[in-house]
Design a binder for this molecule. Structure first.
Ligand code: ADP
Ligand code: MG
Length: 256
């Protein structure tokens, strides 16, 4: 297994440390698209160093919630804060704190894997963007694909590159929308280790997955989002696969 040492080390960046409590908070968040109410008053808190997994049926609002927290969408009502910073009025500061993986890869298909990571390393003003990019390629096992264009990577490799990109600036908060998509067994296990290590370093993780069983490996707490509302949360320790499936069925009417 590729080691994760050094991936998410604290950079010691004084600006980042302005708020040293990197929690995630949503208070009564609504998001409407025309007549669609994607989020209907989401209340949520993720403590520093905690990993929260969100599960829920298609269209329940999971990606919308993540995008609101990542400042990619403005909430229609309510408040969301990361490390005490308001996602609307302090969006620029929030963006520096978060590593995001979502359906939009933020990768350039006509740049190579290495060039993609160098680009983001420079954007985040890493001291040595090329070295940092190579370090991240090693992390996700893509060093032999350094010169392959983004568009020529397999789906799973693109997802690994997206993870490497999200972690490049050593963000204290990770917002990950189905980061396990396309990953084979080995890399799904790597993701589990990566998030455990990130939490061990005090980083705060919100991860969406459609895989109920995997949510138990990825997180310390699991929440069900159904029809734009959080309807269930429980600590990992209080759950096993059977009880989570039962709760999911009860709260969504769907079999997970
Ligand atoms: P999930 O990630 O849980 O599958 P989404 O957050 O992607 O769900 O979507 C929640 C609802 O909001 C769905 O009904 C979806 O069609 C709608 N929706 C999401 N994004 C948009 C958008 N940009 N414009 C219009 N409707 C949207
Ligand atoms: Mg989604």
């Amino acid at each position: 297994m590729t080691g994760t040492a050094g991936v998410v080390q604290t950079s010691g960046n004084g600006e980042q440390a302005a708020a040293s409590v990197w929690d995630i908070e949503a208070i009564g968040v609504w998001k409407t698209f025309g007549s669609t109410e994607a989020l209907r008053g989401v209340n949520l808190q993720v403590s520093p160093g905690e990993r929260l997994a969100i599960i829920g049926p298609n269209g329940s609002g999971k990606s919308t919630l993540l995008k609101v927290l990542a400042t990619l969408l403005r909430p229609s009502a309510g408040t969301a804060r990361l490390a005490g910073l308001d996602v609307q009025s302090q969006a620029f500061e929030v963006r520096r704190l978060v590593g995001v993986v979502c359906h939009q890869s933020f990768l350039y298909s006509d740049l190579t894997t290495l060039e993609n990571l160098e680009f983001y390393g420079r954007m985040y003003r890493m001291p040595d963007p090329s070295e940092r990019a190579r370090q991240q390629l090693r992390l996700v096992g893509l060093e032999a694909h350094a010169d392959v264009l983004g568009r020529d990577l397999s789906r799973g490799m693109q997802q690994r590159l997206a993870l490497a990109r999200a972690l490049i600036q050593e963000p204290p908060v990770l917002l990950l929308d189905e980061p396990d998509t396309g990953l084979d067994q080995r890399w799904a296990a790597f993701l589990v280790d990566l998030l455990a290590e990130a939490a061990g370093q005090g980083r705060t993780v919100l991860v969406i997955t459609h895989n109920l069983e995997r949510s138990l490996d990825l997180a310390d707490r699991v929440a069900v989002l159904n029809n734009g509302k959080i309807t269930f949360t429980a600590k990992r320790d209080e759950l096993d696969v059977a009880s989570l499936k039962e709760a999911y069925l009860h709260h969504t009417g769907a079999v997970g």
